[in-house]
Design a protein around this ligand. Structure first.
Ligand SMILES: [Zn+2]
Length: 537
C-alpha cells in the first residue's frame, strides 16, 4: 500500500496542473448512475434459499474486497477525502478513475490508471514481462511480484490472497453443509477446491451440471478485462441470482422450437440448411447481488459462462438473462429516451416485455442462420474477416426481432404486440449508439437503423421525432435479415466492407437527436441498492 501511495504521489506531481485546469463535475457524474433496488419475490424463496443467500452475500463481499485489491490496492487511501460525491464515485468505479470515461482520473492530483493495476508490479514494462521466463506468468490465476532482489516472481492467487480465500472456504463449508439441491452442493464443493488450487475446470463442469437449483451463484476470478497490460489476469466477482422459473420454462420451450424457426427465416433455402442445437442452457434470473468486477462501472444484464473452452466443448455454456437488471436499464434509460424521440401516439408501444424478449432473442439468434459459406469459402467467420463481428451482431439483432414477431404471431409470446416489439427495438438503437457507434455492435446498430429508415420502416420529422410505419416495417425487417444471411452465406466480404462503410456510422440528423438526448440528464447506467435489507430478508 505504501508503494501505491508513493507512485500515486509521483504521478500526481506530473499531472496536477492538468487536473486543476479541467475540474470534473463529480456530482453530475454520480447522477449519471441511476440507483435501482435489486429485489426478487421473496415469497418464492424456500427456507433453504433464505439460509443460503446471506452466506452467498458474505462470500460476495469478500470478492468485492479482493477486486479492490486487484484493481486499485487499498481503498483505505480514500478515507481522507471529504467530498461525499467523490467518495461515492470512487465506490462506483472501484477507484479514482472513471470507467465510463476511458479510465480518466476524476480526483485531483491522481494520474492515469496504471495498466498493470495490482496484477503486476506498477513499474513493469512490456519488455520486462516478455523477457520474464516462467510458464505460469500468463495464468489467469497468478499475480507477478518482485522478490527481495527486485526480480519478478509469480505468485498464485491462493497464496497472494490467502487470508480472504480462507474466509471464503470457511463460508463455503457452511453453505455446503446446508445446501439441499444436489447440483448446487456439488458445485460448491468443487468451487471450494478451485479457490484452494486455482484450478477451476472441475467446478465449471459441475456448474454446468447444476440444472435444477432455484439459486445460482457465479463466484470467483472470472473475466480478464481489467488487466489492461495483457488481458491475462482474472478479476474476482460474484453474482447472487434467483431463477425465474416461469420465464425460464417459457424460454426452454422456445429454444426447442429453434430448428423450426430456422426453417422459416426470411432467406433463400440454401442459406438455412444448418441445424441449430437445442441443448443450450438459457435461463432468466433476478439478480439480487453484484460484487467485485461486475459491479464496477457499467452493469451487465446478461452473462454467458464459463469462459473455459474445454468446458464449452463438453458441456456448452449457460446464458443467464438478468431480468430485473434489464428492467432497471429499461425504466431508467431506455424508456426516457423512447419518450423523447418516438411519436407521442406510438409511445404506448414502448414496453419492458418487448425489450426483454428482443434482448433475449438476440442471444438466441446467434445460434441460427449460416455457419459455413455455401461456396467453399470456409466458415462464415473466416470469410467475413474484419467484418465478421459487426455482421454477426447485425444478424442477431434483426433475427432476434424477427423471431419475437413470429412468436407473437403464433400466440407463443403473449402480452405484447408486434407494434410493441418493433417500436421498442427502434427506440433501443438510440440507447445503444447514444455515446458513439465505433464498436462492432455500434456499427451493426447503424447499418440496421439506416437500412430500416431507407426502406420506410420509420420516418423522422424536422423536430427529430420518429414515427414507425407498421406496414412497411415487417417488410424492411425481412429484407434486412435476408441481406445479412446472404452476405454471410456467400462470404461476400467486399460487399460487407462497402455496405458497412456507407451505412455503419451515425449520420448528421441522428447525431443531432442523440445530442438532444444527451442534454436531458437521462442516466448513462445504473447502480444498485442491494443486500438483505433491500431484499426484505
Ligand atoms: Zn450479440
Amino acid at each position: 500500500m505504501k508503494k501505491t501511495i508513493t507512485i500515486m504521489f509521483l504521478i500526481a506531481c506530473a499531472t496536477m496542473s492538468l487536473a486543476q485546469n479541467d475540474p470534473v463535475d463529480v456530482k453530475a457524474r454520480v447522477a449519471e448512475y441511476a440507483p435501482y433496488d435489486l429485489k426478487t419475490d421473496v415469497s418464492k424463496l424456500t427456507k433453504n434459499d433464505k439460509e443460503l443467500i446471506p452466506i452467498f452475500i458474505q462470500i460476495a463481499d469478500v470478492m468485492d474486497q479482493l477486486f479492490w485489491k486487484q484493481t486499485y490496492g487499498n481503498p483505505a487511501d480514500f478515507k481522507k477525502i471529504k467530498n461525499d460525491y467523490v467518495k461515492d464515485y470512487i465506490k462506483i468505479n472501484y477507484g479514482p478513475w472513471d470507467r465510463l470515461d476511458d479510465n480518466r482520473s476524476f480526483v485531483d492530483g491522481i494520474g492515469e490508471k496504471p495498466a498493470a493495476c495490482q496484477y503486476y508490479p506498477q513499474d513493469i514494462t512490456a519488455e520486462e514481462y516478455a523477457a520474464y521466463n516462467d510458464p505460469n506468468k500468463g495464468s489467469l490465476y497468478t499475480v507477478l511480484r518482485r522478490d527481495g532482489n527486485g526480480k519478478l516472481k509469480t505468485v498464485w492467487y491462493r497464496d497472494e490472497y490467502k487470508t480472504e480465500i480462507d474466509k471464503v472456504c470457511e463460508l463455503l463449508d457452511k453453505a455446503i453443509a446446508i445446501a439441499e439441491d444436489p447440483g448446487m452442493k456439488n458445485y460448491l464443493i468443487e468451487r471450494k477446491k478451485a479457490f484452494q488450487t486455482d484450478d477451476y475446470f472441475a467446478s465449471d463442469m459441475t456448474w454446468m451440471d447444476m440444472k435444477n437449483s432455484h439459486l445460482d451463484f457465479v463466484v470467483g476470478p472470472i473475466e480478464n478485462y481489467d488487466d489492461k497490460l495483457n488481458e491475462a489476469k482474472a478479476s474476482y466477482e460474484a453474482f447472487v441470482l434467483v431463477k425465474d422459473e416461469e420465464r425460464s420454462k417459457e424460454l426452454a420451450k422456445f429454444v426447442a422450437m429453434l430448428p423450426d424457426i430456422q426453417k422459416i427465416l426470411p432467406c433463400e433455402p440454401k442459406y438455412k440448411t444448418f441445424v441449430p442445437g437445442t441443448s443450450s442452457d438459457l435461463n432468466v434470473y433476478d439478480a439480487i447481488y453484484y460484487a467485485g468486477d461486475c459491479n464496477a462501472g457499467s452493469k451487465t444484464i446478461a452473462i454467458n459462462l464459463p469462459n473455459d473452452d474445454r468446458v464449452q466443448a463438453q458441456k456448452g455454456t449457460r446464458r443467464l438473462q438478468l431480468r430485473n437488471s434489464m428492467q432497471a436499464k429499461f425504466d431508467k434509460i431506455m424508456l426516457p429516451i423512447g419518450n423523447l424521440v418516438i411519436n407521442p401516439t406510438q409511445r404506448k408501444h414502448l414496453k419492458f416485455d418487448a425489450f426483454f424478449w428482443n434482448v433475449t432473442f438476440h442471444e438466441v439468434a446467434h445460434g441460427l442462420g449460416v455457419k459455413e459459406t455455401i461456396n467453399g469459402k470456409g466458415s462464415v467467420d473466416d470469410a467475413m474477416k474484419t467484418e465478421k463481428t459487426s455482421w454477426e451482431e447485425a444478424k442477431a439483432d434483426i433475427l432476434g426481432l424477427f423471431i419475437v414477431c413470429h412468436l407473437i404471431d403464433k400466440g407463443e409470446i403473449t402480452g405484447i404486440t408486434k407494434e410493441d416489439a418493433i417500436t421498442t427495438f427502434i427506440a433501443g438503437i438510440f440507447r445503444s449508439v447514444r455515446f458513439g457507434a465505433a464498436s462492432s455492435h455500434g456499427k451493426a446498430n447503424m447499418m440496421c437503423f439506416n437500412y430500416l429508415q431507407k426502406m420506410g420502416a420509420f420516418s423522422r420529422d424536422e423536430k427529430g421525432i420518429y414515427t414507425v410505419n407498421f406496414d412497411l416495417a415487417p417488410i424492411a425487417i425481412n429484407s434486412w435479415a435476408s441481406t445479412i444471411l446472404s452476405v454471410q452465406g456467400e462470404g461476400n466480404y467486399d460487399f460487407a466492407v462497402q455496405f458497412r462503410s456507407e451505412n455503419g456510422f451515425i449520420k448528421t440528423e441522428l447525431q443531432q437527436d442523440l445530442d438532444r438526448i444527451n442534454t436531458t440528464g437521462i442516466p448513462r447506467d445504473i447502480r444498485f441498492n442491494q443486500g438483505l435489507k433491500t431484499l426484505g430478508l
